[in-house]
Design a protein around this ligand. Structure first.
Ligand code: 2AM
Length: 169
């Protein structure tokens, strides 16, 4: 079994986000640079056959490149995750996230959550929200999305891309 999720990789922007976070009194345990991503859909545990079926189904998924401005911070109090995210985002991002969630649901994957709030988690175990100021201003230009496997190691969690698909106009 593998723990799966779809996300946009953050790639070139990751060092800038880390540098910005690390010069602030940011709450919680910092997420390592290699783990930064913008989740599209959480799928949870899947066996190998289901994973292969999921990858085959997503081959036909279409989405244009996405430009997402990360211009606010936030905090999920229950998950204790402090994040950076967009105030507004292109509707194509909602459409892609919903389509990927549905691909998962057809294979009985996912957690049944309906709402979608794009964000990049910058720390976990955060007992309070990050300060709203200084407001961030980064542009995430996404030209692909990936299916990731979450792997627990003695050094913490690691996310391994199993397959990636281009975002094309
Ligand atoms: P997040 O940090 O962007 O919120 C891999 O586990 C990723 O899937 C996590 O980084 C988390 O994304 C998201 N995730 C984990 N458990 C989840 C759950 N129960 N519901 C929704 N998303 C979850």
């Amino acid at each position: 079994m593998a723990k799966l999720f779809f996300a946009l990789p953050v790639k070139e922007l990751a060092p800038e986000l880390i540098a910005w976070r690390d010069q602030l009194p940011w709450p919680g345990q910092p997420v390592p640079q290699a783990n930064l991503h913008l989740t599209l859909a959480f799928l949870g545990e899947a066996d190998e056959l289901t994973t292969r079926r999921l990858i085959a189904a997503v081959e036909r998924q279409h989405c244009p490149p996405l430009a997402i401005r990360l211009d606010e911070t936030g905090w999920f109090s229950r998950a204790k995750a402090a994040w950076i995210g967009p105030k507004e985002w292109p509707n194509e991002l909602n459409v892609l996230a919903r389509a990927l969630r549905r691909h998962g649901e057809k294979l009985r994957l996912g957690n049944g959550e309906q709402g979608y709030r794009p964000h990049v988690t910058l720390s976990r175990k955060a007992g309070e929200a990050p300060a709203p100021l200084p407001a961030p201003n980064f542009l995430l230009q996404a030209d692909e999305f990936c299916l990731y496997q979450s792997i627990s190691t003695p050094d913490g969690v690691r996310y391994e891309p199993l397959a990636c698909w281009p975002l094309r106009a």
